[in-house]
Design a protein around this ligand. Structure first.
Ligand SMILES: [Fe+2]
Ligand SMILES: [Fe+2]
Length: 181
């Protein structure tokens, strides 16, 4: 399947969305969230999701779909690119409101921005899982090996640039899950 590694990324991103949801609930009930947990969440949203995962989709999957005849403009690719841009803006807002929270202890905007981020990203992942990836798996059926190699190479390059590894981000997510439990 051409989208296997991207679906694996989605699974990890969904775990982070759950952790963010727990964080928002804890903040709302007046609990304090320590800076290292927020910093790790922001690192994940910026680096794993935006740089590594969106990078893999934009550099490998979308071009492969275009080559197979899916238009870049006015179709699902354009829509997904637009949603990646929105994800980026929402991640910046989240980072800003986390800073405000850590400086002032005021959690209102952080709770609202966490919710906004979760709603947008959850919907984006669902659209890709149930529509774009379904189409991709059909359209790219004969090219799955090539696409998987491209995605693996792209992931390795992005993570190397960040000085991180995939197991680092997998551990980061489970540490956060444990830290919030
Ligand atoms: Fe995407
Ligand atoms: Fe995705």
């Amino acid at each position: 399947m051409s989208t296997e590694s991207l679906r694996k990324d989605h699974h990890l991103i969904e775990k982070m969305l759950k952790a963010l949801d727990t964080t928002a609930a804890l903040l709302k009930s007046g609990k304090t969230i320590p800076a290292p947990i927020l910093d790790q969440m922001i690192d994940f949203t910026k680096n794993f999701t935006l740089v590594c995962h969106h990078g893999k989709e934009e550099d490998s999957l979308f071009p492969a779909l275009e080559k197979s005849g899916m238009p870049r403009e006015g179709g699902p690719i354009a829509r997904m690119l637009f949603e990646h841009e929105v994800t980026k803006q929402l991640a910046s807002k989240l980072e800003e409101s986390a800073k405000i929270y850590l400086q002032s202890g005021r959690a209102d905007s952080l709770v609202a921005d966490i919710k906004g981020y979760i709603d947008h990203v959850a919907l984006h992942l669902a659209k890709e899982n149930h529509r774009l990836f379904m189409m991709a798996d059909m359209i790219l059926q004969g090219k799955a090996d090539q696409i998987n190699r491209d995605l693996a190479r792209s992931e390795e390059e992005k993570l190397k640039e960040l000085g991180k590894t995939r197991s680092h981000y997998e551990k980061l997510v489970s540490d956060i899950e444990l830290g919030l439990a």
